[in-house]
Design a protein around this ligand. Structure first.
Ligand code: ZN
Length: 181
């Protein structure tokens, strides 16, 4: 076990699968193999792996995300990880993994994620998933403010918006001081 953790953000069917309710489509599907291989690598090293996924109940009335977007991530299929990423994550033991139900863009907003990372002395986060310029960006900003070092794998983040994707990668490197590889 090292001081680093892998956080897989919103890589569930509703955001990635062709029939997902808010899918980023092919751009999202293209990074599946890379995320799965990172999960395998972190798992082999005994490192901590987090599945941080949007979770909205159908009755959730007060979340701004519910009024801003069509209903998403409320049923089992929508919240389930996509493709090879799911297969890789299923191999990780419960002791080495954590599921975070996200109610906002950032996986830190209103969750125990920061505590769970600090308990394990983790100070370096590898953020992967979708969308680079929405949930990944909001997680990254919170992680920066909480003092984490960050690494982004260009081929393991994606967005339906190419311009937003490029902007976010530049922001990670030039403003958040992250390593982009
Ligand atoms: Zn949402």
């Amino acid at each position: 076990m090292s001081n680093k953790a892998l956080i897989v953000i919103d890589y569930n069917n509703d955001f990635v699968a062709t029939n997902g309710r808010l899918t980023c489509g092919e751009a999202g599907q293209e990074i599946d193999k890379k995320i799965a291989s990172l999960i395998d690598e972190f798992n082999k090293n005994g490192d901590f792996i987090i599945n941080a996924c949007d979770n909205h109940s159908e009755e959730e009335k007060y979340s701004p995300e519910v009024s801003m977007f069509p209903p998403h991530c409320f049923d089992e299929y929508g919240k389930e990880l996509y493709g090879e990423t799911k297969i890789a994550m299923d191999k990780v033991s419960s002791e080495k993994s954590l599921y975070i139900a996200k109610h906002r863009f950032s996986a830190f907003a209103g969750t125990s994620l920061d505590l769970k990372l600090k308990e394990r002395n983790i100070d370096e986060l590898h953020l992967v998933g979708v969308c680079t310029d929405i949930c990944v960006l909001h997680c990254a900003i919170d992680a920066y403010n909480l003092g984490y070092k960050m690494v982004f794998h260009k081929s393991a983040v994606a967005s339906f918006n190419q311009e937003g994707h490029s902007y976010a990668l530049t922001h990670f490197a030039n403003v958040l001081g992250a390593k982009v590889v």
